[in-house]
Design a protein around this ligand. Structure first.
Ligand code: FAD
Length: 459
């Protein structure tokens, strides 16, 4: 590695951190996985410099791990022994905002929040939004195909990327900085790098889609008696709001009451307790008409008996109060340690049966286990956590839940990716032929296996 480091130090527009200058932040992500110290942290500031770094590493068979903002939850950016970390934090900045094409061209290390704010200042929105917005980078978002709060209306990150530039394992630059919504000229190569978690190439720049700002927003917190009513309500709101339903977050009582009972700063605005809660939003362009439609639709849902209690936000403060309950998930770790945390998908039609089966099998395996559930639902995504008070039970809970996910044809990763943590569970969601094709692609694009080895794919 010494020869390589000497060569890397000679490159322009790249700096190399060694020894004590590799601070703790380069050693871990937000997963609970053990940290790792890389042989060096290499920080290029241009695509060309990134390409030169990879060409040198490839020539000397040096394995690398790619790092964005390191907010990942599956251990993908944590250095393994003997690896060099390529960190993109110096490849940052907005290169262009094209009002006519409604696109923004950015470097991969740009924090998501910087992009959101620049879009806002120009009168647009960039609709990708997640709790880690201040720290995660767009390159990390693209390589994990991040989901977040607005998937229902705008899709995952994949839908928001028009073009990108990536550097392959041997340093070859693939520049596909497309700005056109329609472009069927051969393979759409950007998809090789979206959601592949840095295993096929490193995202260096991207062309992102912008959207007009919404002119109105209506928010409500609803209480329901049973899951079938949740599904009927979701279909009703989808039909009535004609494409303007922007949030449909479901919280089971186990989650809702845990947060409102335990977190000092978060209270339930409803007087009674119910089995299920829905936080819903409509975003449109006509404040008066939209508010009327929102209120009338919810009143009809109450008359039909789908909704048993409802509060409509009358101010931004009300809205923030509702969202605080949903975002209170970040507070759980102060009360519960040693939990198994899930980010899974199952078809909506089997969600209710799935949850029943999970509860049954988890409690059979770990009698003291408790489950807390919430999710975006409309995009099939459920988040939940299982805990028993004992660290020794965590693995058993993961094993049982992922097996049941497989039984219901679900996905072991709805949005956070596979990283290192979920490799052993990938077979529950992908068949042998799919995994073999993924390995064929990996071998074709990175024959020496130097890029993020040991992430996503089993050996
Ligand atoms: C509080 C919180 C809330 C979150 N909410 C959500 C959510 O709602 N939805 C969601 O999907 N995720 C969520 N996440 C997970 C995480 O923020 C996302 O996965 C995010 O996209 C990761 O971006 P990052 O820049 O931090 O990537 P990192 O953690 O640095 O890297 C993630 C993976 O991508 C690879 N990678 C990073 N940059 C590049 C690049 N330029 N080219 C190629 N590969 C690269 C890394 O090697 C690693 O495998 C949340 C995390 C936290 C801490």
């Amino acid at each position: 590695m010494q020869v390589l480091i000497a060569e890397l130090q000679k490159l322009q527009n790249t700096d190399v951190l060694l020894g004590d200058s590799i601070s703790e932040k380069y050693q871990h992500d937000w997963s609970a996985d053990a940290p790792g110290i890389p042989g060096a942290v290499v920080r290029p500031s241009t695509t060309r410099a990134l390409s030169e770094v990879l060409a040198l590493c490839h020539g000397l068979d040096q394995s690398v791990v790619v790092q964005g903002g390191l907010t990942g939850l599956t251990g993908g950016g944590i250095p393994k022994s003997g690896e060099i970390a390529i960190n993109l934090e110096r490849m940052t900045g907005i290169e262009e905002l094209d009002r006519d094409a409604m696109t923004m061209t950015v470097k991969a290390g740009t924090p998501l929040q910087v992009i959101q704010e620049a879009a806002d200042e120009a009168g647009f929105i960039f609709p990708l939004d997640l709790g880690a917005r201040g720290t995660c980078n767009i390159g990390g978002n693209i390589s994990t195909n991040a989901g977040g709060n607005q998937v229902l209306r705008f899709g995952m990150t994949r839908n928001l990327v028009m073009g990108l530039e990536a550097v392959m394992a041997d340093g070859t630059v693939i520049s596909s900085m497309n700005k056109m919504l329609k472009n069927n000229a051969g393979y759409d190569l950007k998809h090789l790098f979206i959601g592949t978690e840095g295993t096929l190439g490193i995202v260096a720049r991207a062309v992102l889609r912008l959207f007009p700002k919404a002119g109105s927003r209506c928010t409500a917190l609803l209480a329901l008696e049973k899951f079938d009513d949740v599904v009927s309500l979701m279909h009703k709101l989808t039909a009535e709001f004609s494409g303007n339903l922007s949030a449909f977050e479901v919280m089971w009582e186990s989650y809702f009451h845990f947060i409102t009972d335990n977190v000092d700063t978060i209270d339930s605005p409803l007087e009674q307790r119910y089995p299920l809660y829905v936080l819903t939003e409509l975003e449109g362009s006509n404040p008066e008409k939209d508010q009327e439609l929102f209120e009338n639709t919810l009143a009809a849902a109450m008359e039909e008996g789908l909704v048993v209690d409802a509060l409509i936000a009358n101010s931004e403060k009300d809205r923030e109060g509702f969202w605080k309950i949903r975002d209170g998930v970040g507070e759980i770790s102060a009360f519960i340690r040693d939990s198994a945390n899930f980010d899974i998908s199952v078809p909506i039609s089997s969600m209710s049966a799935f949850l029943e089966q999970v509860e049954k099998e988890v409690v059979e395996a770990v009698p003291k286990a408790k489950i807390m559930v919430f999710g975006h639902i409309a995009d099939s995504n459920l988040h939940f956590l299982c805990h028993s008070g004992s660290h020794d039970d965590v693995k058993a809970m993961y094993d049982v839940v992922y097996k049941v996910v497989g039984d219901f044809n679900g996905s072991v990763s709805a949005e956070h990716g596979i990283g290192v943590q979920k490799i052993k569970y990938l077979h529950h969601s992908r068949n042998p032929e799919e995994i073999a094709l993924m390995k064929t692609l990996k071998l074709a694009l990175d024959p020496k296996g130097i890029l993020n080895h040991g992430r996503v794919l089993p050996d």
